[in-house]
Design a binder for this molecule. Structure first.
Ligand SMILES: Nc1ncnc2c1ncn2[C@@H]1O[C@H](COP(=O)(O)OP(=O)(O)OP(=O)(O)O)[C@@H](O)[C@H]1O
Length: 175
């Protein structure tokens, strides 16, 4: 079992970029960049893109309660499936505020730049009106927390060797 296979999301925090007042501007630049890259398909495929709200409604069956994977401080996370069959996790902002908008920009901005086998990959984002959604790869094997202390801790015993590999894998992702 690799570390990534037990979904672990190492997320950015606004402390990482404190003092950066240009996040919104950077997000706009990223948006333009994505459009630019997608307009030239002969070049390398982009790793993330902008989703429309309509597409995410359709992927998650209108953010159906049955699709809900969990809930965090930012909002609810829903399972979804895109037209190409790939599975995604969509994090939908609960209530719009300047602070939440900034957190959204920080998370997207950082995840769009980093790519590592032990980091949850950004598939893209959607910002329409006051809707803010972040799209990730879907991690089917639940959280590390649930394997260590939760409902799955008795089913799947993590021996010390595995725990060490997970700790090293986490450190590599953070580094
Ligand atoms: N990519 C994903 N694949 C599968 N499940 C996910 C994914 N992202 C989140 N989840 C599920 O949704 C739950 C909430 O995720 P979220 O990232 O919002 O948690 P959090 O770290 O507590 O929140 P926040 O960072 O917003 O305060 C997770 O505990 C997990 O069960």
């Amino acid at each position: 079992m690799t570390f990534r296979s037990i979904f672990c999301c190492i997320k950015p925090s606004d402390r990482w970029v404190s003092g950066n007042r240009n996040l919104k501007m950077e997000l706009c630049v990223l948006t333009e960049l994505a459009d630019l890259v997608w307009s030239d398909r002969s070049k390398k495929e982009p790793t993330w893109r902008i989703f429309s709200l309509k597409e995410l409604h359709s992927a998650t069956n209108n953010f159906n309660y049955d699709n809900k994977l969990g809930e965090g401080g930012f909002g609810s996370v829903y399972w979804g499936q895109l037209w190409d069959g790939s599975q995604i996790a969509v994090k939908r902002l609960k209530v719009w505020s300047n602070k939440a908008d900034m957190e959204f920009a920080v998370e997207v901005e950082i995840l769009a730049r980093v790519r590592h086998k032990n980091l949850l990959s950004l598939r893209g984002y959607c910002a329409e009106g006051q809707e803010r959604l972040i799209v990730y790869d879907y991690m089917p094997n639940l959280s590390l927390l649930s394997h260590l202390h939760g409902q799955h801790s008795s089913e799947c015993l993590l021996d010390w060797n595995r725990r060490m590999n997970i700790a090293i894998g986490s450190a590599e992702g953070i580094a």
